[in-house]
Write a protein that binds this ligand. Structure first.
Ligand code: FES
Length: 83
């Protein structure tokens, strides 16, 4: 394990861009970007918090910022009429 903090560049649906450390909770990362991801159960079962990260659906409440080869992640809200 490297002791170097690894960061990725995150592009958010509101046009903000943040630099996040890999392993940061998505909900925290979103808060940094001024985005409130809707949540329900906070336990990974309801799907209210789903976002798409580089096109892959993740449940934000149980996921963290992953490493990215390109060092860039694009976040979209998963298909949801409220967004
Ligand atoms: S808040 Fe229910 S799955 Fe994330």
């Amino acid at each position: 394990m490297s002791t170097t903090t690894r960061k990725v560049h995150v592009l958010w649906p509101n046009g903000h861009q943040t630099i996040e450390s890999i392993g940061t909770d998505w909900l925290q990362a979103a808060a940094d970007a001024g985005i409130a991801i809707p949540t329900g159960c906070l336990g990974g079962s309801c799907g209210a918090c789903e976002i798409e990260v580089n096109g892959k659906v993740v449940r934000a409440c149980i996921s963290t910022v992953p490493p990215s080869k390109s060092r860039q992640l694009t976040v979209e809200f998963a298909t949801d009429p409220y967004w």
